[in-house]
Design a protein around this ligand. Structure first.
Ligand code: SPD
Length: 378
């Protein structure tokens, strides 16, 4: 009996050795032949259900797709290096910081023929942070704003919405009445602090230390009424009715609206377009300087820029893409006619961009100081 056990175990050891040698050999030859792997790091809730599966089927490339929900975490990984990612999707103002630190590889444009599909005005804007559009390719864009459960909010405040809908979050008179139905804010210094600065009439990326003290005073005044810090879970919480007010992103709030409809939760969710403007953002694909599978990254970027694939993103997550002129025919009418997704010229004119307000490490320190004090209530 003992002998039999021994020989089984020896057999298992031999089998394990053979398997691991085979894996090693396969790994070496895969590396030599060009790998069939692609590692992507993108925001959560930011892709269509079939985007990755169709790419894998078409190319035979296996995609590892990881999610994050704030710029701070991508930045920390990129600065540390050796992320293992072939494509990352930071917001353009953070990408500018990363570009100046040499963290991205310049694109070989001959390998991405669909770059021709990108909207020229958008690319001209992006050129202000990426001269010559050499590194960054738009994923999707949107704006930071206020999302509400229309019926619950009107009931709680006892009437119509204020003319400036940012008041719902930043005026204690309103937000105090909404605490009981749930108030969520994005869980990131670079989302909350610029929104507070904008509400105070200051530049969203202020260079003035006194502005940050004013933002902190404002945030402290609303802290007792904030019930949740969330940059992804708030979508389901809005859809299910467990929060009624969110400082969030335009597309996410529309995803919540759609989920409420699909799941028949009875919640009427709306992304509001502030009369004083929401905070525009552009999220962009970039290839880290030490990416292991650059050729596969080019294939994926080119695939994403196909009109139908790009429209598929917009249809699923309610953010406009960078190829509007060519992908418009594939955008569902319900999405194309949603005025909180595709803004009117008048609403677009009110939106607040980055202008030339570059993010710096000094500004990040100020944002973090204010945000930590806000979140911890210290
Ligand atoms: N669920 C995906 C949301 C993407 C938001 N990116 C916005 C960053 C703004 N600074």
């Amino acid at each position: 009996m003992k002998l039999k056990f021994r020989s089984c175990s020896a057999l298992a050891t031999v089998a394990a050795t053979l398997i691991s040698s085979a894996a090693l050999l396969w790994g070496t030859s895969a590396a030599a032949q060009g790998t069939k792997v692609l590692n992507i790091y993108n925001w959560s809730d930011y892709i269509a259900d079939d985007t990755i599966a169709n790419f894998e089927k078409e190319t035979g490339i296996k995609v590892r797709y990881d999610n994050f929900d704030n710029n701070e975490i991508v930045h920390a990984k990129l600065v540390a290096g050796k992320t293992g990612y072939d494509i990352v999707v930071p917001t353009s103002n953070w990408a500018a910081l990363q570009l100046s630190a040499g963290l991205f590889t310049p694109l070989d444009r001959s390998k991405i023929p669909n770059l021709k599909n990108l909207d020229a005005p958008l690319m001209a804007q992006l050129a202000s942070v990426d001269p010559g559009n050499q590194h960054l390719v738009p994923w999707l864009w949107g704006y930071t704003t206020v999302g509400i459960n229309v019926d619950k909010v009107k009931k709680a405040i006892g009437g119509e919405l204020p003319a400036n809908v940012w008041d719902l979050i930043f005026k204690p008179e309103y937000v105090s009445k909404l605490r009981s139905c749930g108030v969520s804010v994005l869980d990131s210094a670079d989302e909350v602090v610029p929104a507070a600065l904008h509400y105070l009439g200051k530049p969203r990326v202020s260079r003035n230390a006194a502005d940050y003290n004013a933002a902190l005073a404002l945030l402290k005044s609303i802290r007792p009424h904030v019930t949740l810090f969330s940059s992804s879970g708030y979508i389901n919480d809005m859809a299910s009715g467990s929060i009624c007010l969110a400082l969030g992103w335009s597309g996410d709030i529309n995803i919540a609206r759609q989920r409420a409809i699909d799941n028949k939760t009875g919640q009427n969710i709306q992304a509001l377009v502030p009369s004083t403007g929401g905070l525009l953002f552009f999220d962009v694909m970039a290839i880290p300087a030490d990416a292991p599978n650059v050729e596969n990254a080019y294939k994926f970027i080119d695939y994403i820029l196909r009109p139908q694939v790009n429209a598929g993103l917009t249809n699923k997550v309610f953010y406009p893409n960078g190829t509007y002129a060519v992908s418009k025919p594939y955008i569902n009418p319900a999405v194309a006619n949603n005025s909180s997704v595709f803004l009117s010229a008048a609403d677009m004119g009110k939106m607040v961009g980055f202008a030339d307000q570059q993010l710096t490490n000094e500004i990040r320190r100020n944002q973090n100081r204010v945000y930590t004090a806000f979140k911890t209530g210290m």
